[in-house]
Design a protein around this ligand. Structure first.
Ligand code: UN1
Length: 503
């Protein structure tokens, strides 16, 4: 069974749904809880065949000049531009984020394509001074092989694009295992990529980008497969630890982008108008289901009684509802599991003397089987151990502070280390926050929220977040292997370190 709107969107995006239909994986609409489509899952031998095909593609693709590889990514970026509205809407329908954010997600894919096209002419190595006369040292960056991507429901297509756009210009092929909760967006993205391939020409081998539709087992099979040279996984810390163990055992690389438990400090000198907007967007955007979502707010004593009542007022009036409607700012949670997790975290917070505001289920007409909630604010007497835990839902704990060192300690006290921010106009505080003794996160912002990063920077975090970096800056280096080459153009054979070895 497939809804007519989904049928229309998928056909606009070039998907032959019949190729995927079956009864193993069910895409359920978070908007109304009804089925969007039922799909078949790849069997173990199909997974194995896809990896083999991707590996064969890599063996050819690595010899195609990098700027030419960039041309394929440029064409893919064009497809995304053409189909931004349809793909953005599909993201909204399958992941439940509001349309603005669905479109933003596709824009993030377009941006990384542009970045990767430029990068395809900038895969630079260094030339290094040799200690030996008549010698030259240099390094080159070569493709690493097949990149296995495991992605989560909340950014069902952008995170794949961060990986794939870089991997493809770097000369790698990609095998993608999307979340079981969002297979349709993956299928549509794959179809758009295949449109780009068909426009590119015969030097794009079949199998450059393979898609695996399946459950946890197929992801696990991919991680175990020796032909996968790099595993890039986004999801829970628990899943990441399993992936890391397997990769460590077979000494292969991984890029892990796992849990976040992101904080903001609002200092005495903060511009509160800006802070209110930043807090609200980063705490309730994507219904609190971004890994960069603001989950902990540390507010200075001197501004607490101004800021917190304002936030409560805003939260009370937030338009919660169907994410396809223009006026909605907060869409549904992904499923019942998220709702239950949210309610049990709120119960724990109450037992720890937390004052809970919001958090209740919101009835949306025609969508009774879905899970809409009013985002919640929880005033806590201090940072408790339950706040160390990431609940993937719109809960923002608020704690009063009086001393910046204390607030920074709280920022860093949790196991996760993804994103963080400070609102201050005091440059000493701002610099302190981003210094070596400040935030221990991969992302530390000043006067903006912790979410909504641009693709140009390296994205990722420390500690339980997994340490991986994706997207911009020099994150591309993880998708290539470095080779150091020493050339001797002299007539002698001096050894390094002045070693004498006469035979
Ligand atoms: C994620 O939630 O997995 O910084 C990624 C952001 C987005 C990406 C989030 N650009 O919020």
């Amino acid at each position: 069974m497939t809804s007519p709107t989904i049928q229309a969107l998928l056909s606009e995006l070039g998907v032959q749904l019949a190729d995927y239909q079956g009864d193993a994986i069910h895409s359920i609409s978070p908007i109304d809880g009804k089925p969007l489509a039922s799909l078949r899952a790849d069997s173990a031998s199909e997974v194995q065949a896809r990896i083999a095909k991707a590996h064969a593609a890599y063996l050819q693709w690595r010899s195609v000049p990098a700027p030419r590889r960039g041309e394929l990514v440029r064409l893919f970026g064009e497809e995304l531009r053409t189909h931004k509205a349809a793909l953005g809407q599909l993201v909204t329908m399958e992941a439940g984020k509001i349309l603005q954010e669905g479109l933003g997600e596709v824009q993030e894919m377009i941006d990384i394509c542009d970045f990767a096209v430029g990068l395809s002419r900038q895969l630079y190595g260094l030339t290094i001074a040799s200690e030996r006369p008549g010698h030259r040292m240099m390094e080159q960056w070569h493709p690493v092989g097949v990149v296995g991507v495991i992605s989560a429901f909340n950014f069902p297509v952008a995170v794949w694009a961060w990986n794939a756009a870089l991997a493809l210009v770097c000369g790698d092929s990609v095998v993608w295992k999307p979340s079981e909760k969002t297979p349709l967006t993956a299928i549509a993205t794959h179809a758009l990529f295949m449109k780009a391939v068909s426009r590119f020409g015969s030097d794009a081998p079949a199998g450059l980008a393979e898609l695996i539709i399946g459950g946890r087992d197929s992801g696990a099979q991919m991680v175990e497969d020796k032909r996968i040279a790099l595993v890039s996984a986004t999801g829970s810390t628990r899943m990441g630890k399993q992936v890391a163990e397997v990769c460590a055992r077979r000494l292969t690389r991984s890029i892990l982008e796992l849990g976040g438990n992101n904080a903001m400090i609002v200092a005495p000198s903060a511009d509160l108008e800006m802070a209110v907007r930043a807090i609200t967007f980063s705490a309730v955007g994507t219904a609190g289901q971004r890994c960069t979502t603001l989950r902990r707010l540390f507010v200075h004593d001197s501004v607490y009684d101004t800021l917190v009542p304002r936030l409560k007022k805003i939260y009370a009036g937030l338009p919660v509802g169907n994410p396809l409607e223009k006026s909605t700012l907060v869409g549904p949670l992904i499923d019942a599991g998220s709702y239950d997790a949210m309610q049990s975290s709120l119960a724990v917070a109450k037992s720890e003397q937390g004052q809970v505001f919001g958090g209740e289920r919101v009835a949306v007409t025609g969508c009774e089987a879905a899970y809409y909630v009013r985002p919640s604010l929880v005033e806590m007497p201090t940072q408790t151990t339950s706040m160390h835990h990431e609940t993937f839902a719109p809960i923002m704990y608020i704690v009063r502070y009086s001393d910046l060192d204390q607030a920074i300690d709280w920022n860093n006290e949790v196991p996760q280390g993804l994103s963080s921010s400070i609102f201050t106009t005091d440059m000493r505080e701002a610099e302190r926050f981003v210094s070596a003794t400040g935030s221990d996160c991969g992302i530390a912002n000043v006067n903006i929220g912790p979410s909504g990063a641009e693709i140009g920077g390296a994205f990722g975090g420390e500690k339980d977040t997994g340490g991986g970096r994706e997207s911009g800056s020099d994150a591309w280096k993880a998708y290539m292997r470095r080779t150091t080459n020493t050339f001797n153009y002299s007539h002698a054979l001096p050894l390094a370190q002045g070693i004498s070895f006469d035979i």
